[in-house]
Design a protein around this ligand. Structure first.
Ligand SMILES: *Cc1c(COP(=O)(O)O)cnc(C)c1O
Length: 495
């Protein structure tokens, strides 16, 4: 019996894994969830002897049951290869009384690479399995990290094209340079005169336009989404939690069956949900420590049972967590309603119309494994500086939010369970914020001077992703108004 995927908003919509990957979002804005999570029936001692790719196959084959062994191994081997700067793919580093699971060794040096390097292969394989003849056009709006990781993942993948819209004046200089220098004949990058919400709205309108879909189909194209609600991103993210556990056994840090905690710097709730699913597969995780920055909507939710996005949006030094609607939380809400689609729909409607909802006492009881907290900007900076000074380890701002929250958790609970911290970006991706946290004297230096200083302080080689953008030629210089997005897409596709 294979795993099927059903919608959180309509109990009649059931699809296979490959169909869920192709579709991305279910009808009425629902998300696809597995009807059951099979047990990972491989002894931990055996997993401890496996490579990342081998663990990936064990985990993913349990979840994507309509893929053949050959298809899945092809996807895994194509994704987790020399694009990563270490054969370990996701190294586990022991520092400062915790284990940092470094998820930033892929081509764009952020954890989005863990899923977006395999999604293109899963998508193309899914298209073949379902006899989709059209070329797949990935349409994405980005505020920085997702766009670059998706571009890198889809560049030159046969049968796909990717078009990324970003707010021309709303991303960091390094993020913009990373995107506009992207190689690959199937890639297009467009800056819009407008903000991220405008980009997102423009993309959603194109997805919903039946006339555009018809014209695309006539020319042999169809849209798909690389956004973080696709189960083709969630399932690959379960892998590294199992891998981290296997490394802890292999390194003699724990015995098979011992419990661990995980700390995840959270935005859209995708990464931490993947850990939660890994537990349902059999990984002994005791606590899910959900770390937020000053946009602490999730902390308040775990404290009070009220999810309320009616608040000021704060720009922080951990921008990939600046988010007030954590889309993947819906999958957890659906589960704690007892998989009641109508209850879930009414909560999500309340979020849409009033910007808030409240869960019942019975639902709250099911969240006991979660601990939420947040770090202020000052606490984040102090953590970067403190861990650098005591352990000579330099972490990025997002990871520092997690480390700061872990400190609060330990102070409050005295819990000594071995703990894995998801380390989601290289400090080189947020060089300025990291260096200024260490010493305010760096404020006067240029971004690339700071990169060189960081190399000296950290002793970590400058990643290829950074070297590349120092000298890379600009390949994309299209800018359009937010009202011209559809015309721009038509021009690119020759419609
Ligand atoms: C996307 C991102 C996050 C948040 O991950 P979610 O799965 O959205 O919770 C955290 N850190 C970095 C660096 C990211 O790029």
């Amino acid at each position: 019996m294979g795993v099927t995927y059903k919608s959180t908003r309509n109990s009649n919509e059931t699809v296979t894994a490959s169909q869920a990957i192709l579709k991305g979002l279910a009808d009425n804005g629902g998300l696809f969830v597995p009807d059951a999570i099979p047990a990972l029936d491989v002894p931990f001692e055996k997993l401890a002897g496996m490579s990342y790719q081998e663990v990936a196959y064990e985990v993913m084959s349990r979840m994507l049951t309509d893929f053949t062994e050959e298809e899945l191994k092809y996807c895994i081997d194509s994704a987790y290869d020399k694009k990563f700067d270490t054969p370990e793919i996701a190294p586990l580093v022991k520092k400062n009384h915790a284990y940092y699971l470094e998820l930033f060794h892929g081509s764009t040096i952020a954890f989005k690479d863990m899923a977006l390097s395999i999604l293109p292969y899963l998508l193309v394989t899914s298209a073949k399995k379902n006899e989709v003849k059209n070329e797949i056009v990935i349409l994405t709006a980005t505020s920085g990290d997702t766009g670059k990781a998706a571009l890198a993942g889809f560049a030159d993948v046969p049968g796909t094209r990717i078009i990324v819209f970003y707010p021309k004046n709303g991303v960091s200089p390094i993020q913009e340079k990373q995107m506009v220098t992207q190689k690959g004949d199937n890639t297009s990058v467009i800056g819009i005169i407008g903000n991220f919400d405008d980009a997102q709205t423009g993309v959603k309108n194109m997805f919903r336009d039946p006339e555009l879909a018809k014209q695309m189909d006539a020319k042999g194209f169809q849209f798909s989404s690389a956004n973080s609600i696709n189960i083709g991103r969630l399932v690959p993210q379960m892998v590294y939690y199992v891998y981290a556990y296997a490394r802890l056994i292999a390194n003699g840090e724990i015995k098979a069956g011992d419990v661990i905690n995980v700390v995840v710097p959270t935005g859209n709730f995708g990464n931490i949900l993947a850990a939660y699913y890994a537990k349902q597969m059999g990984l002994p995780i005791a606590k899910f420590i959900c770390a937020s920055n000053e946009n602490k909507v999730l902390y308040d939710f775990f404290e009070t049972g009220v999810y309320d996005r009616n608040r000021e949006f704060i720009l922080t030094t951990s921008p990939s967590m600046d988010i007030l609607i954590s889309s993947n939380l819906e999958r957890l809400i659906y589960q704690i309603t007892g998989e009641d689609t109508s209850k879930n729909v009414s909560l999500m409607q309340a979020l849409n119309t009033e910007g808030r909802y409240e869960i019942t006492e019975d639902m709250r009881k099911q969240l006991a494994e979660f601990y939420g907290n947040y770090a202020t900007e000052a606490e984040t900076d102090a953590t970067i500086k403190g861990v650098y000074e005591t352990d000579s380890y330099i972490m990025d701002t997002h990871t520092a939010v997690a480390a700061a929250v872990y400190g609060k958790y330990v102070a409050a609970t005295k819990d000594t369970t071995p703990t894995v911290i998801a380390s989601t970006a290289s400090p080189y991706k947020f060089t300025r914020s990291v260096m200024e946290a260490i010493d305010s004297k760096y404020a006067s230096q240029s971004d690339f001077e700071l990169v060189d200083e960081l190399a000296v302080l950290s002793g970590v080689k400058i990643p290829q992703a950074i070297e590349d953008i120092r000298s890379a030629p600009i390949r994309h210089n299209t800018v359009c108004d937010k009202s011209e997005m559809e015309q721009t897409v038509r021009a690119i596709l020759g419609l």
